[in-house]
Design a protein around this ligand. Structure first.
Ligand code: ADP
Ligand code: MG
Length: 623
């Protein structure tokens, strides 16, 4: 018995996506074909995979292919595959509702401040909807490979808010997507135009994409293949051109930019596998959004059969920007995600992937400085996560990092730890760094003064992850990394002695300041860090930098309150003034301002900005 036609509403968010897609993609309309072919190819992959356990699924029609045809009179384009197909429930779940969190992420990315490029649509898992950019009606006719002929499903929608569902007889398995073109989209009703789009965007789909042979300018019933239709990674490197590699990358990553670099390797032996791994030239959208769920981008094949997206199983998080393919010869075809998570063979493949990617980045660093700079700009901060995540490769990763420095070129982050060590003075034991919110704040830190005076280089770190990363790194090539704001400075005997004398002499001043500031400070000390500034904050070894504490508090995290240690430069005229000031109120204003300017320079939050302003005005006016 056939169920009657049913009309349903799209979920609210799907309707929003449809609206956004049609309005933001109109200048790149042709993307629809790439997306529909990509879905057809996925459907063929799924059928091939399920056929391993159940050969009957593809019996009688085992040549998987994708057909693209057009009809000038009916003004339709049809993309048809003989892949896995969908049941009625699957149609509803996959194209009527929010099948993945992709829908929401797409909405966020397209309306957020930093708008994503709509051409990345395929990366969001909402590529199907691009059909509505050129069509005012889309019909999907599909039958799941294991369903009877009578359980075909016809889905139809004008993309305006509703869709209809109908049960139909469908002798062939698989899916046809029929686009009823909008009035002004005639350019797509031409064989050569469709063919050139397939060549441009889908040449590296591993299944034949067939088109009708034309006779007297009209399509006939005979089909011929238009693409290479072979798994690129299985060919010998010598037979693959750079264009081939780039073309494959673009369809794999739903990207329209070239990849920055790639590495293609075959390992033969007790365990054989092929890896083809790409570094994109720009962050994929999931990286921009900071998304960590549902990582895609690395496809696992076993003997050329697509098994699953296995980015999480095959690459550590800090390399999540990598796109590519791993094809293993020796894994059982019936592997599941659970098995993959504790599979020793897979561990070996994973280690090989990490090694290949790090090799590739090292090669860029050595031979292609411009590309390496592009890489660091896009993924440098992601790579830094590896310092904590991948203890085995910590030194290798650290070697790749680049920082700004007091001996570098302004804000340019191009000084390596090796450069630093190469320039260290005789007897210098530590690698010194300062962390701040931004370059200007880092370069202007009062704590740098003594280092500048002594000619000691300091790395200027101002990426949010740096403080945390450096904490994990701890040391490099046997040299400790030390924050200029923390702990004792490296003074020679004479300097120590002099420092002690100054401190002794300043004792009454220190006591006066401590009394004036009371609970606001933990301690007041004479600083060895300052030459020009009157004051700065010093941190204890395990204390977080004030700018970071402020960011975390702003993000809603609760942190223990700690009382700052105020360091002063007793020779500075402002401290002379505090010393000489007999009026308690005025002395208190000066003392508080010394603390507050140290806090501001460290990027900390002022506890009471209004009080600070009033204090400053009193001092400026001399009242
Ligand atoms: P994605 O391909 O990233 O999942 P899409 O919006 O392109 O996102 O497609 C949504 C879903 O619709 C697919 O995941 C798939 O389940 C289903 N689908 C689309 N086209 C086909 C097809 N030709 N055959 C089978 N399923 C399909
Ligand atoms: Mg898709």
């Amino acid at each position: 018995m056939t169920a009657p036609t049913e009309t349903r509403k799209f979920e609210a968010e799907v309707a929003q996506v449809l609206h956004l897609v049609t309005h933001s993609l109109y200048s790149h309309k042709e993307i629809f074909l790439r997306e529909l072919i990509s879905n057809a190819s996925d459907a063929c992959d799924k059928l091939r995979f399920e056929s391993i356990a159940n050969p009957a699924l593809s019996a009688g029609d085992s040549e998987l292919h994708i057909d693209v045809s057009w009809d000038e009179t009916a003004r339709t384009i049809t993309v048809r595959d003989n892949g896995i197909g969908m049941t009625r429930d699957e149609v509803v779940a996959n194209i009527g509702t929010i099948a993945s969190s992709g829908t929401r992420r797409f909405l966020e990315a397209m309306s957020g401040e930093q708008k994503a490029d709509a051409r990345l649509i395929g990366q969001f898992g909402v590529g199907f909807y691009s059909a509505f950019v050129v069509a005012d009606k889309v019909t999907v006719i599909t039958r799941r490979a294991d369903a009877p002929e009578s359980e075909g499903v016809k889905w139809e929608s004008d993309g305006k808010g509703e869709y209809s569902l109908e049960q139909v007889d469908q002798p062939q398995r698989g899916t046809s997507v029929i686009l009823h073109l909008k009035a002004d989209e005639d350019e797509f009703l031409k064989g050569w135009q469709l063919k050139s789009l397939i060549r441009k965007y889908s040449d590296h789909v591993a299944f034949p994409i067939r088109m009708p042979v034309e006779k007297d300018g009209k399509p006939t019933d005979e089909f011929e293949s238009t693409n290479a239709a072979s798994a690129l990674w299985t060919k010998p490197k010598s037979e693959i051109s750079d264009e081939d590699y780039q073309g494959f990358y673009k369809s794999l990553g739903h990207d329209f930019n070239d990849a920055l670099a790639w590495t293609h390797n075959r390992v033969e032996g007790s365990q054989s596998f092929t890896t083809l791994l790409y570094i994109p030239s720009q962050p994929p959208f999931d990286l921009m959004m900071g998304g960590r769920d549902e990582r895609k981008g690395l496809k696992l094949y076993i003997k050329r059969v697509f098994i699953m997206d296995a980015a999480e199983e095959l690459l550590p998080n800090y390399l999540r920007f990598v796109r590519g393919v791993v094809d293993a010869d020796d894994l059982p075809l019936n592997v599941s995600r659970e098995i993959l998570q504790h599979n020793r063979q897979l561990d070996r493949i994973k280690a090989a992937c990490v090694k290949r990617v790090l090799d590739l980045i090292e090669k860029l660093a050595k031979d292609e400085p411009e590309k390496f700079a592009t890489f660091l700009k896009a993924f440098g901060n992601t790579l830094k996560e590896g310092i904590s995540e991948d203890a085995t490769n910590r030194e290798r990763i650290a070697k790749l990092l680049r920082f700004a420095s007091t001996k570098g070129e302004g804000a340019r982050q191009n000084v390596s730890l090796d450069d630093y060590i190469g320039r260290m003075a005789v007897g210098q034991e530590a690698i010194w760094y300062v962390t701040a919110d931004n370059y200007v704040a880092a370069a202007g830190s009062p704590q740098l003064e003594a280092f500048r005076a002594k000619g000691i280089e300091v790395l200027l770190m101002f990426d949010r992850i740096d403080e945390w990363m450096v904490g994990y790194l701890g040391e490099y090539e046997g040299k400790k990394l030390r924050n200029v704001a923390k702990g004792e400075l490296p003074l020679d005997e004479a300097e120590k002695k002099q420092q002690q004398e100054v401190a002794k002499e300043a004792e009454p001043l220190l006591k006066k300041l401590k009394d004036l500031l009371g609970e606001r400070v933990g301690e007041v000390k004479v600083s060895a860090r300052l030459t020009d500034s009157p004051s700065c904050l010093a941190l204890s070894d395990h204390e977080m930098a004030p700018h970071l504490a402020r960011l975390l508090r702003e993000a809603g995290q609760e942190l223990p309150e700690s009382k700052p240690v105020l360091e002063i430069n007793p020779g500075h005229p402002l401290l002379k003034r505090v010393e000489a000031e007999a009026d308690e109120g005025k002395a208190k204003d000066l003392a508080n301002l010394l603390l507050e300017q140290a806090e501001i320079a460290a990027g900390a939050q002022l506890a009471d900005p209004a009080a600070f302003v009033q204090r400053m005005n009193r001092v400026l006016l001399g009242t």
